[in-house]
Design a protein around this ligand. Structure first.
Ligand code: TMP
Ligand code: ASP
Length: 244
């Protein structure tokens, strides 16, 4: 996409409002604007709340991580930061799969396996979930993905390889800043015959633990009513980007 096309874009009407973001159309049908809200939900929106300043942090942090991934040859939908809460992105046809990568046992994996939270995983695990609010995002395997025609086998192969490449970039980067990348969620989509990483990468979509104390510095503080939610998001931002 030419720099000029990206320069001249204007925001138009709302296309979609999700739990944490709003997507706007633009004057260019190939581009959208992602607006990051402070709203937080958990447990398929049974729990709702606000994390003050989260939108600004997630917008800026996602931008920094997308830029790092692009340098490592991961194609992302991110094009440019427009404001504190808005980024310009390629418009993707989102694949209805949530891809989760895990380096340490936590959350639903602890529940499913009975292993203690914090158990290291020798070889990172990739899991697939059906992105469907009415169904509550159930787990899928490759055969289910084929049956539901959510992605072709070639696309799924690419998604799995890319998910591990992203983990290979983010995990050491975060560790250098004192953060253990426990697990994270990715979404991918198609545009112009290619696949891109979409959505966001933030403490909403990653589990991040302090390397020394194992303190939770992510949305689990909101999910589990641990307190200090805003402070945790600010701490992650400070370590990875700079002063809040
Ligand atoms: P889980 O342990 O609850 O399956 O979550 C795994 C990772 O995925 C964790 O980093 C949080 C993230 N996640 C989302 O981004 N959105 C979701 O709806 C869920 C359930 C998890
Ligand atoms: N945001 C998701 C929801 O409301 C879940 C989560 O992140 O825990 O269901």
């Amino acid at each position: 996409m030419s720099a000029k096309a990206v320069e001249q874009v204007e925001t138009r009407g709302k296309l979609y409002e999700g739990k944490a973001k709003i997507v706007y159309a633009t004057s260019d049908p190939r581009l959208i604007v992602q607006y990051f809200k402070d709203d937080a939900t958990a447990f398929n929106a049974l729990k709702r709340g606000t994390i003050v300043g989260k939108g600004v942090i997630n917008n800026r942090l996602s931008a920094a991580l997308f830029e790092r991934l692009e340098r490592a040859k991961v194609p992302t939908h991110y094009l440019r930061t427009l404001s504190d809460r808005e980024m310009l992105c390629r418009r993707l046809d989102i694949i209805k799969i949530e891809t989760i990568v895990r380096n340490v046992v936590a959350g639903s994996l602890a529940k499913r396996t009975g292993l203690d939270e914090g158990t290291p995983i020798r070889q990172p695990i990739v899991e697939l979930y059906y992105k469907s609010d009415p169904l509550g995002d159930p787990m899928l395997n490759d055969d289910h993905v084929r049956m539901l025609k959510l992605a072709t086998p070639a696309e799924l192969g690419w998604i799995r390889r890319m998910a591990l490449r992203i983990n290979g970039v983010l995990r050491p980067h975060l560790l250098k800043h004192g953060l253990v990348l426990v697990d994270f969620k990715l979404e991918f989509g198609r545009a112009g015959g290619r696949l891109y990483l979409g959505d966001e990468i933030s403490p909403d979509t990653c589990r991040l633990w302090d390397r020394e104390t194992r303190e939770r510095l992510d949305k689990d503080r909101f999910r589990q009513d641990l307190g200090g939610v805003e402070e945790a998001y600010q701490e992650v931002y400070r370590r990875l980007v700079g002063p809040v």
